[in-house]
Design a protein around this ligand. Structure first.
Ligand code: ADP
Length: 472
């Protein structure tokens, strides 16, 4: 089975967030299962490092029509981790210094999506499965199922579309259908939704199968609160939809291998290793080195989706307890300011307002408790990373947090969960955890269970393979 993943980003070549991690790991995990051949295609951005660029091999130059333009691209390839990565080069669209967020993103990614379909035709390298992600590559599926549907060579290609976050749908004014997307008005019905072009909606109705990044999020998307206007479309597509939870990279987030943390540790040396990391972290951020005071951390984008309002509401009360708290993040200014102000009021609180992967790993390793009280959470990786370091996550029962964390007292518990989007429910759950922390034997059992949680990509790959197999 040959699978072609279409993506705007992939680690380690170009990444700005979670999708980059997924496209760096999932294809390799699928390709590791005998009988599967995986390829990934993405734009060749000028931010790709020159030494990586130098290793690429030219596959073909092609020209094609897109809307009223005669345009073209070169396609390069590079093997990495058992997967072939193809890069679409077009200097006008992709030499921008950043991956997306440009005024002409609609045009850039419409071009890229068409280039993917044209590449299949020009090269004859036609996959059994085309797997597109997020709105930027949704047009690849839409083109395949509309303008290119009559081409025999492409008829066997089955399509899978993954929604990583339904908030970002690719909505544009209806008037650019022809000029920018190169679609005739006869196809307007495919992408039209709520008075505008909605690329995610177009891919949902056109694709053979849809996935999203956790089973619980897949259910939540049927409800207006979570679906950002697409709930009725999701309900209509329910028959071809499944949630598959993401995994994490255990090589990168590994207390055993150490990496950026102060001292490596394994299951056997957990207690002493944790203590060393905690003491060094307290010293680095300027908190008193108190081994027995529970250290609570939060590492997140400062966005309302992440439940920051709940945290701010109870923080003064929480910091009156015998605890230390460190928050690492960047984002909305009002949140950054609120945390800065909190640091002035409480000597047991530190706010690190920056994006810093190294200190984030030190925090996962040094903390006792990890907070993640999200309002919505398609999958969430941070709670899984916390578990891998034996740090107890406290999460809200939403999206992938519900699927990955079992609450204390339940079978297979690896953390604490609370249900309602209510600040004091969060506070009382933290207090439950602090109570348990006072009984080291029980606490250590829970941290050992958290550390054993299995969030490997192999599990997700198996589910995707079964979806691909069913389709063909
Ligand atoms: P989302 O993708 O919605 O931001 P996830 O939990 O899926 O949330 O992934 C967040 C990832 O980004 C985690 O690996 C987390 O450690 C990392 N992260 C978030 N904020 C920061 C920061 N300020 N510095 C370093 N890493 C961060």
């Amino acid at each position: 089975m040959k699978i072609l993943y279409v993506t705007r980003e992939a680690n380690p070549f170009a990444a700005s967030g979670g999708l980059g991690d997924v496209m760096g790991a999932l294809p390799a995990a699928v390709a590791a299962v005998p009988g599967n051949e995986c390829e990934v295609i993405l734009p060749l951005y000028n931010s790709v490092k020159p030494e990586v660029r130098a290793k690429m091999q030219l596959v073909l130059d092609m020209s094609f029509n897109h809307a009223w333009r005669n345009t073209g691209a070169s396609v390069y390839k590079l093997d990495n981790n058992g997967v072939t990565y193809y890069f679409v080069e077009n200097h006008y669209y992709f030499d921008r210094g950043r991956l997306y967020g440009e005024f002409d993103d609609a045009e850039r990614f419409a071009f890229f999506s068409r280039a993917v379909v044209e590449y299949m035709l020009h090269s004859g390298n036609i996959p059994d499965i085309l797997h597109a992600n997020d709105w930027q590559t949704a047009p690849a599926i839409i083109y395949l199922k509309t303008q290119y549907a009559h081409i025999d060579a492409l008829k066997k290609v089955k399509t899978v579309y993954t929604i990583h976050n339904i908030e970002y749908q690719g909505k544009f004014g209806s008037h650019i259908l022809g000029d920018v997307f190169g679609l005739d008005s006869m196809y307007r019905g495919v992408v039209d939704y709520d008075g505008c072009i909605n690329l995610m909606k177009g891919a949902i109705v056109s694709s053979d199968f849809i996935t999203t990044v956790s089973p619980n999020y897949a259910c939540e998307l049927e409800h207006d609160f979570f679906a950002f206007g697409l709930s009725s479309i999701i309900r209509g597509a329910r028959y071809k939809m499944r949630g598959v939870i993401n995994g994490i990279d255990y090589n990168y987030f590994s207390p055993e291998k150490g990496g950026d943390i102060y001292a490596s540790y394994n299951n056997r040396t957990y207690k002493s290793g944790k203590a060393k990391n905690k003491a060094a972290l307290q010293a680095e951020v300027g908190l008193p080195q108190e081994p027995s005071v529970p250290l609570i951390v939060m590492i997140t984008r400062f966005a309302s989706q992440k439940g920051i309002d709940l945290v701010l509401h109870i923080m003064d009360e929480l910091l009156c307890e015998n605890v230390q708290v460190i928050v690492l993040g960047t984002g909305e200014k009002e949140y950054e300011d609120a945390f800065r102000a909190m640091e002035w009021r409480h000597p047991n609180f530190k706010a690190l307002i920056k994006f810093d992967r190294v200190i984030s790993k030190k925090m996962y390793a040094g903390a006792d408790i990890f907070l993640m009280p999200s309002k919505s959470e398609p999958c969430g990786l941070a709670q899984m990373i916390a578990c891998s370091y034996g740090t107890i996550p406290i999460v809200r029962s939403v999206g992938g947090l519900y699927d990955s964390i079992r609450t204390y007292g339940e079978e297979g518990a690896n953390g604490f969960r609370f249900d309602n989007y209510n600040a004091h429910e969060l506070l009382f759950t933290i207090k439950d955890a602090l109570e348990l922390y006072k009984t080291p034997k029980k606490w250590n059992e829970l941290t050992a269970a958290a550390k054993k949680s299995n969030f490997t990509w192999e599990n997700s790959a198996k589910e995707y393979i079964s979806i691909y197999n069913n389709l063909i």
